[in-house]
Design a protein around this ligand. Sequence first.
Ligand code: ATP
Ligand code: MG
Length: 443
Amino acid sequence: MRLSQYFLPVLKENPKEAQIASHRLMLRAGMIQQSSAGIYSWLPLGLRVLNRIEQIVREEQDRAGALEIKMATIQAAELWQESGRYDDYGLEMLRIKDRHDRDMLYGPTNEEVVTDIARTHLRSYKNLPLNLYHIQWKFRDEVRPRFGVMRGREFLMKDAYSFDIDKESARHAYNRMFVAYLKTFARMGLTAIPMVADTGPIGGDMSHEFIILADTGESGVFFDKKWLDTDMVTDIDYSDDLQPVVDSFTSIYAKTDEKHDPDNCDIAPSDLLERRGIEVGHIFYFGTKYSEAMSATVQGADGKPTELHMGSYGIGVSRLVGGIIEASHDEDGIIWPESVAPFDVAVINLKPGDEAADSLCEALYEKGMAAGRDMLLDDSNDSPGAKMKTISLIGVPWQIIVGPRGLKNDLVEVKHRASGKTVEMSPDAALQLIETSGAISID
Ligand code: ATP
Ligand code: MG
């Protein structure tokens, strides 16, 4: 992408309405524009990041064996009347009437719709297990939309729903999602701690919120300080027994403030940390709650109709954009982990119009693209200072700076956004770095 042809409306000043870093930086970097309270348009740079996060979520769901579908955003009220939630859900639900005066709603979540799909098509225990997911916009009329995309009214969520014949197999589905979440968040460079969360009337131990730590987070959390040194990366295969993996993580204390009970906490007070965090995902086994209310049964091995055991598994895809920025920024701007960065490498021409500078930049840009990298070429006429500020603000992981001084000696400057390190090297060496993007070190 050539910056001269791009739409990157960066702001020099800090927007007054933004109270936290991620919201401020997303507005300043021209990623989003508010359309009304808690509702945002995603501009080109923001959408690139959102799409990359969505893709990581999708790949890990697919690997875990979930099947992607796409349910509609608008739902019929009848299904919610059947489940009993139409009246319970309250003001968060956006209720709509169509031209025939029928009650409709903009989906805040999809248990009812997916249960309807399941009861229509699943006939026998032999059709199980099944896990269906979609990545779709949700609307919840939150009392206090705030912090930008962190608590929006319209937001992008991945929600998966598992169907099993009994609780024991539902636990397998739960464990797969547990592991998929560990892998998903680790790929984004996040430490998302699975915290024991409320299970409601169903009870049991199958509800975890995945929470990343941030002072501005809305959730109060208590956890063993061991978590700070725990490696969240797991290379376990889904065909292995997942229970020991799940147990090894859940054996380290971590609970949301709803569940934490100081009188019933068996770790030493000196090991217990109290912090704030952002919920980026929630996995939950809720048994036969919906299948009972909506008569979703299949024939069991004994030939009898058996209610489906279900779980639901959410990830806040758009919230993650803000969450990753909260976890990774400095005073100059965003520091994108390479896995979600809007561009892999920026080539910055500090002397546009100069023949040698232009042709070197073009060559680096074209060759980078040919090597499959997402390249940004700053071919604008902004001042060198402004260029460097913008690139740091939007957080491109690798920057190759072509300036007058280096050109004379056939050198370019390569800057690594995360470490702040800058080194001079030949254009060929820079090209090699582009081609391997991060695989070689600049020490
Ligand atoms: P919260 O307690 O933050 O309101 P929730 O319990 O209502 O979350 P779920 O219904 O489990 O959330 O939704 C799944 C995921 O969707 C959450 O883990 C969160 O990451 C995301 N999410 C929920 N509400 C919002 C929102 N208003 N804006 C952005 N993301 C959201
Ligand atoms: Mg909520």
